[in-house]
Ligand binder design. Structure first.
Ligand SMILES: [Zn+2]
Ligand SMILES: [Zn+2]
Length: 563
């Protein structure tokens, strides 16, 4: 201690440190022993030491891979330091065996000033968008979408929760694969609403996310936008699972148990996993124009980024048939940084690591699981299975065991007067002067955004005014709820709000009516136009469209109920 204090005094005298640093430093305890950690993988070594005591433990780490990964993480972190981003972590796993080959807990274990001893592989952090691919894959298995299926990207309120896209734009309609590639928030939240927060949280827990402490309802729909905390370790399990065809199994770090074969749980079908990997392969890589070094883009990688709320965390996780690489970049202190965009924050390090890994020829991409996929004829405009009114279908693939998607809900055959272009029906058409024409009929709000971008389909023409069916107003009427009505819903014994039964009437019996609630397609009715729906508190919009494009719209409110 005396030796240390003498040194500090000299530093003070020479002006190397100021007096407050001097006095603080005097109070620091003097280390009594040299830290006994080995140079490689200090975070993992510390954890194994705590768990298994001292002695020799053989791990699955590969010396050369670990060494090189530590170097790349440290160098990358040094480049980001000027931007105010201080910490990075990475985990490298063999996709097939699940053996961890590199465990880099931070940029430098001995960098005490920047919390280098925190293990970023095991630290729970907000997930950002990194869980979206798994929701899309599950949605494929549940007959909600295929990569080509058009989703609504319009202002959407769920109670008081109104998600927005990172660019604050609305696209009207967007392909599911594009929505995932560009990580759009609105389609993802709408999809989670449709799929269900409870089953999705259940999937995450089963797949290996160990940090979901709260009840699923507590996370709510923000679960898909980073409402939950996850660990880098668990994300490697989650993405490796896609690479294993939807099988989720623990990773191995101890040499002795890595020989045990863990089957894991099949939670997503091999077909849906493969389709999702092919979408993630198209995620735009951080290119030289965005960053200051080049990438070798020769080897395909299915990858995704995530940025947490307030730019506190940047994730990037990628999976190839050989390697699963997970990267986190941020500040252990929790401070946000505007430079932490997903693609620029963690993406470049992911590719530096991935491109540095050894690879065998012929293992570039996941083989198509032929028996797990079936051909489907898809409507080119909607990405749903083509119906009779759709244009020539395009070939697509669907998971073989998935619940089938409904037929294209947008294309409808309407009868049009050849001269006036007006819509006609059996009550008002003139023999030989009308023809059947297909129309792409969309809910009004979707149409509005497509008009803004100049991509709206041809408008549905109005019905002939002199038609007897038109006399007395629209043939399609919403009979309940009434305009602007405020409805109080009692609670079930389970605490959830009771369903509300919506009613409509059509003057022409047997007409098919398509239901949209808050711009979500509910399905269609033909005989009795009644639907019971679960509703949250707040404002709701019901839009009905019949086969001839006739519409009825109603706004109503669900009031806050007593507990
Ligand atoms: Zn269609
Ligand atoms: Zn008519």
């Amino acid at each position: 201690r005396r030796k240390r204090d003498r040194l500090l005094h000299r530093l003070l005298q020479t002006g190397a440190i100021d007096s407050s640093t001097y006095h603080l430093a005097l109070l620091e305890p003097v280390p009594t022993r040299v830290l006994a950690f080995p140079v490689l993988a200090p975070h993992l070594s510390r954890m194994l030491h705590q768990r298994h005591g001292s002695g020799s433990i053989r791990t699955t780490l590969k010396r050369d891979i670990q060494q090189h990964a530590e170097l790349l993480v440290r160098q990358y972190s040094e480049r980001l330091r000027n931007l105010g981003i201080h910490n990075s972590a990475a985990l490298i796993v063999e996709t097939r065996s699940g053996r961890i080959r590199a465990w880099v807990g931070s940029q430098d274990f001995f960098d005490r000033a920047r919390h280098g001893q925190v293990d970023g592989v095991l630290a729970p952090r907000s997930s950002g968008s990194i869980l979206k691919p798994h929701l899309y894959a599950l949605a494929m298995d549940n007959g909600l979408l295929l990569p080509q299926t058009r989703l609504f990207d319009i202002p959407s309120a769920f109670g008081t929760f109104m998600p927005s896209n990172a660019d604050e734009k609305f696209r009207g309609l967007v392909r599911a694969d594009d929505a995932l590639i560009h990580s759009l928030n609105i389609p993802a939240v709408r999809l989670l609403h449709e799929y269900g927060v409870v089953p999705f949280a259940h999937f995450l827990r089963q797949a290996g996310i160990q940090t979901l402490q709260r009840e699923a309802d507590d996370y709510g729909l923000s679960l898909i936008l980073g409402g939950a905390e996850v660990r880098l370790y668990d994300l490697a399990v989650l993405y490796r699972g896609l690479g294993l065809g939807g099988r989720f199994a623990p990773l191995h770090v101890l040499a002795e148990d890595s020989t045990q074969h863990a089957d894991g749980r099949q939670l997503i079908s091999p077909g849906a996993s493969w389709l999702t990997l092919n979408v993630l392969r198209k995620v735009v890589r951080p290119g030289p124009e965005q960053f200051w070094f080049r990438f070798d883009n020769a080897r395909p990688l299915a990858w995704k980024t995530g940025t947490s709320y307030g730019h506190r965390d940047a994730w990037a996780v990628g999976v190839s048939p050989e390697w699963t690489v997970a990267v986190w970049v941020g500040n252990f202190s929790g401070s946000g940084n505007a430079n932490l965009g997903g693609a620029t924050g963690a993406g470049p390090l992911l590719f530096e690591l991935f491109n540095s890994l050894p690879h065998a020829a012929g293992a570039e991409w996941f083989p198509r699981p032929e028996r797990e996929l079936v051909p489907v004829d898809l409507c080119p405009d909607s990405g749903y299975p083509a119906g009779p009114a759709c244009p020539d279908p395009v070939p697509g693939s669907a998971p073989a065991w998935a619940r089938p998607l409904p037929l294209c809900p947008f294309h409808k055959t309407l009868f049009v007067d050849k001269n006036s272009g007006e819509q006609v029906c059996s009550l008002c058409w003139k023999a030989g002067e009308y023809e059947a024409r297909p129309f792409f009929v969309l809910p009004p709000q979707v149409l509005n955004y497509l008009r803004l971008s100049g991509s709206a389909p041809p408008a549905v023409p109005p019905h002939r005014a002199s038609c007897p069916a038109k006399q007395g107003g629209s043939p399609l009427q919403i009979t309940y709820p009434g305009p602007g009505s405020k409805i109080w819903l009692p609670r079930e014994v389970t605490g959830t709000l009771q369903k509300l039964t919506l009613r409509a009437a059509h003057r022409q019996p047997g007409r098919r009516v398509f239901w949209y609630l808050d711009n979500r397609y509910l399905g269609s009715t033909t005989q009795e136009h009644i639907r019971a729906v679960a509703l949250d508190e707040g404002r709701h919009e019901l839009v009905l469209v019949d086969e001839s494009g006739e519409q009825a719209r109603r706004i109503f409110f669900i009031k806050r109920s007593e507990e």
